[in-house]
Design a protein around this ligand. Structure first.
Ligand code: GDP
Length: 295
């Protein structure tokens, strides 16, 4: 995960580690390399620039030039700033409803259905909840099937309505079913398109309005860098979602989405997906992620 970014940041700090006496020029060179590393990881230019400016201010404020181990101090400052950028404290999902309704949103292929299963499994096994999965993708029978396969595997009930092509109705009926059968959590998996389009946005906004979920999660493929951030913005404008799920962090992802999404939509990353299996889910901790990035 983030190997390329980690290597580049490590090289940037070498500039400071190699000198007996540090000058402002050394610090500036290091920050230039840090910025380049962020841009190569597909972090947006403004975010990368603001980031290095903040690090510079802190570094000068903490007298990095006169400290005995300037390299280490800079790594610490960068780590703290990265943690802040990715969200500070970790935050969980809202499970206050009876049942709690969680709406999943995102593009097709982002990993929504897989994550719906993972979250159901997580809540069932770790939080002792009775979970209902709801298949609301009325355009792709394969997607409904996929959710049933996941449900069978996890022994989680899946609600779907064959022949009904109204996702709002399906979601509402599913919640009624959950209420009368003692489910604690309802996870609504919705249809996704390959790109943001008006019809999809209107459909999910209608579902959102009708069921007023306790938690709306936006699922995004971490391999997609700045595209991920733009998609997040489009969904947030319509849904005002509560949190982000970053999937496919087990792949060769550059890191741009993880680093910048929070500052663009001002919503926390809540979970990460780290594989195709149902247990490949982790709660997102910004500080741990910053540690991993800095190696
Ligand atoms: P959806 O169209 O958004 O519902 O996406 P799917 O859940 O069908 O996932 C699309 C593909 O990504 C599938 O092949 C999944 O197995 C895969 N996938 C989902 N999450 C992860 C993940 O965290 N890591 C990896 N490596 N693959 C994932």
């Amino acid at each position: 995960m983030f190997d390329n970014l980690s290597d580049k940041l490590d090289k940037a700090f070498h500039i400071l580690k190699g000198h007996g006496k540090i000058t402002e020029v050394n610090v500036a060179d290091t920050l230039k390399e840090v910025r380049r590393a962020l841009l190569d990881a597909d972090v947006n230019f403004k975010i990368a620039k603001d980031f290095t400016n903040r690090v510079k201010e802190k570094a000068l404020g903490q007298d990095v030039l006169t400290t005995l181990q300037p390299g280490q101090l800079m790594v610490k400052i960068v780590k703290d700033e990265l943690t802040q950028l990715m969200g500070g404290e970790a935050s969980g999902v809202n499970l206050s409803g009876t049942p709690s309704v969680i709406l999943m949103s995102g593009l097709q292929g982002s990993g929504k259905t897989t994550f719906s299963g993972k979250l159901a499994n997580f809540l069932q096994t770790k939080k002792n909840k009775k979970v209902l999965l709801v298949a609301c993708d009325v355009y792709r029978p394969a997607a409904i099937n996929q959710l049933h396969v996941v449900g069978d595997q996890l022994k989680v009930e899946v609600y779907s309505e064959e022949g009904n092509n109204n996702p709002v109705q399906i979601a509402e009926n599913a919640i009624k079913h959950a209420k009368s059968n003692g489910f604690n959590v309802v996870i609504v998996d919705t249809a996704g398109r390959l790109a943001v389009d008006e019809a999809m946005m209107t459909e999910i906004a209608n579902i959102h309005k009708a069921i007023t979920p306790h938690e709306t999660l936006f699922v995004v493929d971490s391999m997609t860098g700045q595209d991920a951030v733009n998609t997040a913005k489009a969904f947030n404008d319509r849904l005002n979602f509560d949190g982000v799920v970053l999937t496919k962090l087990d792949g060769d992802t550059r890191g741009g989405a993880a680093i910048s999404i929070k500052s663009v939509v001002n919503k926390p990353i809540k979970f990460i997906g780290t594989g195709e299996k149902m247990d490949a889910i982790d709660v997102f901790y910004p500080e741990r992620m910053a540690d991993r990035i800095l190696g």
